[in-house]
Design a protein around this ligand. Structure first.
Ligand code: FAD
Ligand code: SF4
Length: 478
């Protein structure tokens, strides 16, 4: 009999797709990770051990994508068959394959993780989706029977899109409202193009439209259209409006010229790349020739660092209060930033923005910290090191400390309860999944769970769709 050691020794090593050279990718905003070729994809897909019917990778994926089964289809039946199965749980595989922090999710749970490296699930997901869509594969809804029910989805981010997809597949007429001119939410107006090409969302808009989903873009609910009007016109509503109140640094001189918040900075840059006009809310800030400090250590911080490098900043430093091992973002993005020339200052706490007489930023006053003893919950917090203050010289500083929920007066006025920190109250254990205190209104994504991930927002959108179908009395096929 073959031993486990012999079996593992016969498996090809993990390999990643090629990346563009760092010096080249700093010159533009195009995606940096190149696609697998067909042979690489086949070899990497063959590494999957198909560990049982419900493997751990599948359960660790918030969408519960049937990973071993679609990989098997990709190996034996081709990309279109694989993507057909993938779409039963994931309506944006070309997106999740690119932006999920796989090291913390599916790949982190792969049996081969410590035996030559996890299966490259993310890149294979991207590969099969890109191939199938390029070949013209589209979701087939020809046998869907219209229910006569109508649902409005507010917010075309991943939560809203995943909800709309499930509802359309169940025969519900869906209209998605968004204040932006394109769908995607933070996928389009947040995550930079070098991680996720903007044409992918434009293609998805066409695919969703062909599925019968209607989009009302450039339309802000609560301003351009009132919620009571939607409640009258539609049988149910889904609210997936994200979280958009940026956390402030809370230190002196935050209003200084040269200090800005992460999201307006990223949106301003992306809008320019998309050929859209700059606006007062999303001004274009040019970092060319500047010394830039980015405060924060998550995905947003890394996106700012890499955007400033592409704008030809003189130097870009990411300053984070913990050590590298405790950075909250995806490890692959930290690696990409470092390759592209970013510097890092770990275990530092900003004390004040320093300015000249004209109020222009000249640097960030910092204090060095060290990790303290674990508290009752076992968490080690950074503690200041006495007499360790120093000034990090800077012409520009970008604050990327994360997001709080923004005010939703138009929703509260209709009796929808919020949590103390402003998130919409709804959960998987609501009377119906993700039903709010207003029975006709459901919610999900960042607006419910707080700023998190694309894939968790999608999972909540899908759960909410189940709740809505139950509320509408629509019986779905198992
Ligand atoms: P959003 O994506 O925020 O979408 C909400 C939508 O609602 C928006 O389009 C908004 O315009 C619209 N809207 C709001 N109010 C109204 C209204 N009143 N009327 C009409 N429309 C309205 N996650 C990852 O998994 N991987 C990453 O690499 C990653 N990188 C990120 C980088 C940045 C810079 C940021 C900010 C976030 C990143 N995230 C990442 C997190 C991820 O993007 C979010 O968790 C996810 O997009 C949340 O989805 P959502 O649908 O809940 O909200
Ligand atoms: Fe992994 Fe994300 Fe795909 Fe799930 S959706 S299998 S977590 S890459």
């Amino acid at each position: 009999p073959v031993t486990a050691e012999q079996l593992l020794a016969a498996i090809a090593p993990r390999s990643e797709p090629a990346k563009r050279e760092a010096a080249e990718r700093r010159q533009d905003s195009q995606e940096i990770v190149l696609a697998f070729d067909a042979k690489q994809a086949q070899t990497q897909a063959e590494r999957c051990l198909s560990c049982g019917t419900h493997s751990i990778c599948e359960w660790t994926c918030p969408l519960h994508n049937p990973i071993p089964r679609w990989l098997e289809r990709a190996r034996h039946q081709g990309e279109q068959a694989a993507v057909e199965l993938l779409h039963q749980t994931n309506c944006l595989p070309e997106v999740t394959g690119r932006v999920c922090p796989q090291d913390r999710l599916c790949e982190g749970a792969c049996t081969l993780r410590d035996e030559g490296g996890a299966v490259t699930i993310g890149n294979l997901e991207r590969y099969v989706a890109d191939q199938a869509l390029d070949q013209g594969w589209r979701p087939d809804l020809s046998d869907v029977v219209a229910t006569g029910k109508r649902v409005a989805v507010i917010g075309a981010g991943p939560a809203g899109l995943a909800c709309a997809d499930r509802l359309a597949r169940a025969g519900v007429a869906v209209t998605v409202f968004d204040r932006h001119p394109e769908i995607g939410g933070l996928l389009t107006f947040g995550i930079p193009a070098f991680k996720l090409d903007k044409s992918l969302l434009a293609r998805r808009r066409e695919i969703f439209s062909a599925m019968g989903i209607t989009f009302e873009l450039n339309c802000e609910v609560g301003r351009d259209i009132a919620l009571p009007q939607l409640l009258t016109q539609y049988d149910a509503l889904f609210v997936g409006v994200g979280t958009y109140r940026a956390m402030r640094a809370g230190i002196p001189n935050e209003e200084a010229s040269g200090v800005c918040a992460a999201l307006p900075y990223l949106i301003g840059y992306t809008r320019r790349e998309m050929g859209l006009e700059a606006s007062p809310a999303w001004p274009l800030r040019d970092m060319a020739g500047q010394r830039v400090v980015v405060l924060g250590g998550g995905d947003t911080a890394m996106d700012c660092v890499r955007t400033a490098l592409r704008q030809r900043a003189q130097e870009v430093t990411c300053a984070y209060r913990r050590d590298e091992a405790n950075m909250p973002g995806s490890k692959k993005e930290v690696k990409h930033a470092r390759e592209e020339g970013a510097s890092f200052e770990f275990n530092v706490q900003p004390l004040a923005f320093e300015t000249d007489d004209q109020g222009q930023l000249t640097g960030v006053r910092m204090l060095r910290t060290r990790m303290g003893e674990p508290d009752a919950q076992g968490r080690r917090r950074p503690e200041p090191i006495p007499d360790s203050e120093f000034i990090l010289a800077a012409d520009a500083a970008i604050v990327a400390f994360g997001f709080h929920p923004h005010a939703l007066p138009w929703l509260e006025e209709m009796g929808v309860s919020l949590t103390r920190d402003g998130r919409i109250q709804a959960s998987v254990t609501s009377p119906r999944p993700y039903q709010t205190s207003h029975p006709q209104i459901f919610a999900g994504g960042d607006a419910v769970r707080g700023a998190d991930l694309v894939v968790t927002a999608m999972a909540e959108g899908q759960h909410a769709a189940r709740g809505i179908l139950d509320y509408l009395g629509v019986v779905t096929r198992p």
